[in-house]
Write a protein that binds this ligand. Structure first.
Ligand SMILES: C[S@@+](CC[C@H](N)C(=O)[O-])C[C@H]1O[C@@H](n2cnc3c(N)ncnc32)[C@H](O)[C@@H]1O
Length: 202
């Protein structure tokens, strides 16, 4: 078993990060469509951005004024900066970092369950990263109702992976003070529960 940061640093070196772009793309597009629709302009942070593919995609949208990626893995951030010298990337633990300016949207795909206390992280992001009326949107494939994902901690040898139900995740958003909290699943198929998407506004 190793820490999430160490495991994903290795993934950045052996090219497995590119598989994440392929597998997460459909759910990320669903999340971005929802979060950005109706906005004439927005700034966005991708929390746990990996190699920065969501930032590179988003910053091509004319309506996106600022796109920032944050990840705790230095290998991921080095790769993101190598692929993109236009946008900002920071190598930081999400729990310690605070942006210099709050943003309209905080997006995060397959990251929040790598924290001992996800409620603490959601609270920190809500208070310190998101503008009033701004939005937090999160997608995860590892959650209680998606039984097919339960074996991942052993298979991936990652030390911290916290299993919570959809109701618990929504509760974390509500406790942080987010409003209009809603959730849905994207990409359900037979035994696969799909990506659990949870969102709310500040
Ligand atoms: C499954 S990957 C997802 C990457 C990206 N969101 C994507 O969809 O391609 C999880 C990412 O979370 C990052 N991460 C895990 N724990 C973190 C922490 N405490 N602070 C910052 N980043 C963290 C890892 O380094 C990794 O890049």
């Amino acid at each position: 078993m190793d820490t999430p940061i160490n495991v994903f640093s290795e993934w950045a070196q052996n090219g497995k990060d590119e598989g994440m772009e392929k597998h997460h793309r459909d759910s990320v597009m669903n999340m971005l469509d929802f979060a950005c629709s109706g906005l004439s302009e927005y700034s966005l942070i991708d929390a746990g951005c990996g190699n920065g593919w969501v930032i590179r995609h988003t910053s091509n949208d004319d309506k996106c004024s600022r796109a920032i990626g944050v990840d705790g893995s230095s290998n991921m951030i080095t790769k993101a900066k190598r692929l993109d010298n236009k946008n900002q990337y920071y190598c930081e633990d999400l729990l310690n970092w605070i942006p210099s300016k709050k943003v309209d949207i905080v997006h995060s795909m397959e990251v929040f369950y790598y924290f001992e206390d996800p409620a603490l992280l959601i609270n920190h992001i809500t208070k310190n990263w998101i503008k009033k009326e701004g939005r937090l949107i999160m997608g995860i494939d590892f959650y209680y109702e998606n039984k097919a994902s339960h074996s991942w901690p052993q298979e991936c040898c990652i030390s911290i992976m916290k299993l919570h139900s959809e109701k618990e995740w929504k509760g974390f958003f509500e406790k942080a003070g987010l409003k209009n909290v809603k959730s849905w699943r994207n990409g359900q198929d037979k035994e696969w529960g799909g990506t659990l998407i949870v969102t709310g506004t500040n």
